[in-house]
Design a protein around this ligand. Structure first.
Ligand code: CP3
Length: 346
């Protein structure tokens, strides 16, 4: 390196820093079933109220302002990467965000609240209106500059989005969509197809902006009978996932309850599903019960090791079986991550 060439010196310094930091691509390799030194781990809903640093930001801004402000969304996305040292970041947003242009007046308290229940796309904006939520792409671009772990983009499954729409927001019993599917199957299909188009456009926007993996959250899909899922949900999910995979992006499909094949790269399963049996079908993610994080850190670590050890090879991503709960002690989340990371691969 010549001292007379400051440009070069700066460039080499950058390369050295980059090498020093290294780029952690364990998640991408595990999903592609390429060799890994250890199992990658991240936590569903890892940015959130259990972190004092998140609560400090939320004291200053409401939830939707946080989602709409790229610098703030990027900041809270980075918090768990720094605090927990996880092997992936997930964009900070919410599954209902792509519906903001079509559903004016949506608020959060803390779950989504709509001015009225929606059971038909009639009179609502066309799917292309989702392009108005470009702030999500701006957050992704900031994050790709900052991160040295892969960035996961995400969306809700059309069926789960429809569940909240048909209910008018969070509710105690989510029967609204199932009632619609029986009362007026044609209208249910129309609503789901509208949501399918929004979801595909929205996820493609994220990939174009730099999301390296997509996770689809189908939190309510497991509530449906096999035949209803196959008739109403599976075809749309298969079309969305096939289109994303054609673009070369791995897709993780999360659902509660039974594992249903929709053509995903990997399936994120909950603690009611047998992990080894799920892994035998293909790459898998999960499935630590978030309630275990309320035990003491040593117990958490023991149980995490017991989950990971039999699967400690590629094709497996350690995670919870559903989102982390707001009252979770941070040191228990850290104990979970560390125990996975210290388990050697076979
Ligand atoms: O790190 C991350 O994963 C954060 C990004 C994220 C949020 N929501 C932020 C959020 C993600 C991936 C979601 C997904 C989501 N949102 C799902 C699917 C996953 C699941 O848990 O089943 C669903 C069903 C929603 C809808 C939703 N948003 C609900 C039901 C609620 C209220 C309940 C709750 O968890 O608090 C929200 C609000 C929400 N989304 C919060 C956060 C951090 C809390 C809002 C606040 O700060 O007040």
């Amino acid at each position: 390196m010549s001292q007379k060439d400051p440009g070069r010196a700066i460039c080499n310094l950058f390369v050295a820093r980059y090498r020093l930091r290294g780029v952690n691509d364990l998640l991408l390799r595990a999903l592609n079933e390429q060799p890994v030194e250890r199992v990658p781990v991240w936590i569903m809903r890892q940015a959130g109220r259990y972190l004092p640093e998140y609560r400090a930001v939320r004291e200053k801004v409401d939830f939707l302002t946080l989602c709409r402000t790229p610098e703030l969304a990027a900041e809270v996305t980075l918090q768990p990467v720094r605090i927990l040292d996880v092997d992936a970041a997930i964009l900070f947003s919410d599954i209902m965000v792509p519906l903001l242009p079509a559903v004016p007046g949506m608020t959060y308290a803390p779950g989504p609240q709509l001015p009225r229940a929606i059971t038909s796309p009639d009179g609502l904006k066309p799917p292309e209106a989702v392009k108005e939520v470009g702030f999500v792409c701006d957050a992704i671009r900031i994050l790709r500059r900052e991160l040295d772990v892969p960035l996961i983009g995400f969306g809700g499954a059309p069926g789960t989005l429809a569940t909240y729409l048909a209910e008018g927001g969070s509710a105690k019993h989510f029967a609204g969509l199932r009632l619609l599917m029986n009362r007026d199957p044609g209208q249910a299909h129309a609503l789901l197809e509208w949501l399918e188009q929004i979801t595909l456009l929205y996820l493609k926007m994220q990939v174009e902006a730099g999301a390296q993996v997509i996770q689809i959250f189908d939190s309510w899909g497991g509530e449906l009978s096999r035949s209803d899922f196959d008739e109403f949900m599976a075809p749309g999910l298969q079309r969305i996932i096939a289109a994303l995979k054609t673009d070369g992006v791995p897709v993780i499909f999360f659902a509660r309850g039974p594992l249903r094949d929709v053509g995903a790269t990997a399936y994120s399963v909950d603690w009611t599903v047998d992990l080894a049996a799920a892994r035998a079908r293909g790459p898998v993610q999960g499935n630590f019960d978030p309630a275990i994080l309320f035990a003491d850190p040593a117990t958490v670590a023991d149980k995490a090791r017991a989950m990971v050890a039999p699967l400690a090879r590629t094709g497996y991503v350690a995670n919870l079986g559903h989102g982390i709960l707001p009252e979770t002690p941070v040191e228990c989340a850290q104990a979970f991550v560390r125990a996975v990371q210290e388990t050697p691969c076979l």
